[in-house]
Write a protein of this length. Structure first.
Length: 157
C-alpha cells in the first residue's frame, strides 16, 4: 500500500490518532486493497468505520506473492456525520483507495446535509473495488490503530 501526498500527510498529522497511523506505516497510507470490516452508523454520537490495512513490500515469497506486513486494523471514529453516499455491500468489501481530505464544497449534496457545513469538515472517500464504496462527510474524526489481523476470520489479505 503506497503513500498519499503531502496534503494527506498534513491532515493525518492534525487528527487525533492520525500521527500513530502515519508512524505505523512511515507514510500516509492510501489503503489500496484494504478491506472494510465494519461500518456502524449512529444518528447521534460516534459512528465507526473499521478497515484492515497492511503494507505491501517489493519482496516476493516462495509462492510468488508480494510480501505483506504491518497488518493493522484502523478505526475511524466519526462524529457529526452530515452527509453520506454509499453503494454496494458484500461478504468482502475491498477498496481501491481511502482518501481522507478536507471536505470539498459539493453544491449538489447541500440539500442532504443534516448539519450546517463548516471549514473544518472532513470527508472519507472509499474508492470502489469490490463491495462497499462511497463518501462520508463528518465534523469530527479520530483514528485508533490495533496492530494485527481481524479476528473474525473473514479478511483475505
Amino acid at each position: 500500500m503506497g503513500g498519499q501526498d503531502a496534503e494527506a500527510m498534513s491532515i493525518y498529522r492534525h487528527i487525533e490518532g492520525g500521527s500513530d497511523l502515519v508512524d505505523w506505516f512511515g507514510y500516509a497510507p492510501d489503503f489500496h486493497d484494504a478491506e472494510v470490516i465494519e461500518l456502524s452508523l449512529h444518528r447521534r454520537g460516534q459512528s465507526i468505520l473499521r478497515v484492515h490495512a497492511w503494507r505491501t513490500g517489493r519482496d516476493v515469497n516462495e509462492q510468488g506473492y508480494l510480501v505483506q506486513d504491518k497488518h493493522v486494523i484502523v478505526t475511524f471514529i466519526m462524529e457529526g456525520i452530515m452527509d453520506l453516499q454509499l453503494d454496494g455491500f458484500s461478504h468482502q468489501n475491498v477498496i481501491s483507495e481511502l482518501v481522507l481530505r478536507a471536505a470539498p464544497d459539493r453544491p449538489d449534496r447541500r440539500p442532504f446535509y443534516a448539519l450546517d457545513r463548516s471549514p473544518g469538515d472532513l470527508e472519507l472517500e472509499l474508492a470502489p473495488c469490490f463491495g462497499l464504496d462511497g463518501r462520508i462527510r463528518c465534523q469530527r474524526l479520530k483514528i485508533e490503530i490495533t496492530p494485527g489481523m481481524p479476528t473474525d476470520g473473514t479478511a483475505e489479505a
